[in-house]
Design a protein around this ligand. Structure first.
Ligand code: AMP
Length: 301
């Protein structure tokens, strides 16, 4: 364990701390919205292994939430988060207020365009990726990391941030980590806390549908991506507590829908289970191997 962890709430303090670190120190940033779980902690552990200094941000970014979304009820537990981050040997936690990030004078947004910003999550959540790209650029400028860590769970966010870094020539290397799953396959998410015990059982339907889609992909269903989508839809439809928003097969970089079964490809699902809007995906890499995530072992009882 290093020195005591700094908990920072202002941009000024973050800059001061950052400028006191050795010029050659490598800095890794893990942006989060808090209510941390093993998915977040897998990013933090990798950042810790890769860097001299690790900064984790906790900020429920209001501008990436739509007017009727869950900004107000998004789960928060800062003292638990800080305890977990201290145990993970993090150097600094940046916990800015909304008014620190968006003072009344704020007018400058980053606006991704094209299918990547407007389809799939972009269609369901207009303005979402504008909010994401804007806050991520701000965090990069505030912390100035050489490395930044994101989860494959949010596949479209990964693609948007890769485009942001390439398009604006940002001097940061992105490290993308696999989706961490509960023992029954449910992708870990802070939003899983919205689920009742029945909803929690039903929520495994996203992963089950993705695995069925993957199997159809591997078997080469005759009508291509449409057949894979049909298989995924059928599985989600079989779960009464789930309401499908979309099931798609898309290019992982451009998010254009695929017309043939080829690699690389992303199988994507978004569905409501009770009040929780859940997303999940599996990735077929260009080399033909699948990234389906990591299942954590059940806790010993
Ligand atoms: P969030 O707090 O939901 O904004 O997530 C913060 C970061 O953790 C993002 O890069 C997410 O993609 C990543 N993340 C969230 N859930 C998981 C998961 N189950 N496995 C891996 N990474 C995740």
């Amino acid at each position: 364990m290093g020195e005591a962890m700094d908990v920072i709430t202002t941009v000024r303090e973050m800059r001061r701390l950052r400028s006191g670190w050795p010029a050659l120190a490598s800095v890794g940033l893990v942006p989060t919205m808090g209510y941390l779980h093993e998915g977040h902690l897998s990013l933090v552990r990798r950042a810790r292994a890769d860097n001299d200094k690790v900064v984790v941000s906790i900020f429920v970014n209001p501008i990436q939430f739509g007017a009727h979304e869950d900004l107000e009820r998004y789960p928060r537990d800062l003292s638990r988060d800080l305890h977990l981050l201290e145990e993970s040997d993090v150097d600094a936690v940046l916990v800015p207020t909304a008014s620190e990030m968006y003072p009344p004078t704020f007018i400058t947004y980053v606006e991704p365009s094209g299918p990547l910003a407007s389809e799939a999550e972009g269609a369901s959540r207009p303005g979402h990726f504008r909010g994401v790209a804007t806050v991520v650029l701000k965090l990069f400028n505030i912390v100035q990391p050489q490395q930044a860590y994101f989860g494959q769970k949010d596949a479209q966010q990964v693609a948007v941030i890769k485009a942001l870094v390439a398009d604006l020539n940002l001097p940061v290397e992105l490290v993308i980590m696999p989706t961490v799953r509960e023992p029954d396959g449910l992708a870990m998410s802070s939003r899983n806390s919205y689920l009742s015990p029945e909803g929690r059982r039903a929520a495994t339907v996203l992963y089950r549908a993705l695995l069925a889609g993957k199997a159809a992909y591997e078997q080469g269903v005759s009508d291509g991506p449409a057949g894979v989508v049909r298989v995924m839809r059928e599985i989600v439809a079989s779960e009464p507590l789930a309401r499908l928003e979309y099931a798609d097969v898309r290019d992982p970089e451009t998010f254009q829908p695929l017309e043939t079964l080829r690699a690389p490809a992303l199988l994507l699902i978004a569905a409501f289970v009770e009040a929780a809007r859940l997303i999940d995906n599996v990735l077929l890499r260009a080399d033909g191997s699948w990234e389906t995530g990591l299942i954590v072992p059940p806790l010993a009882s």
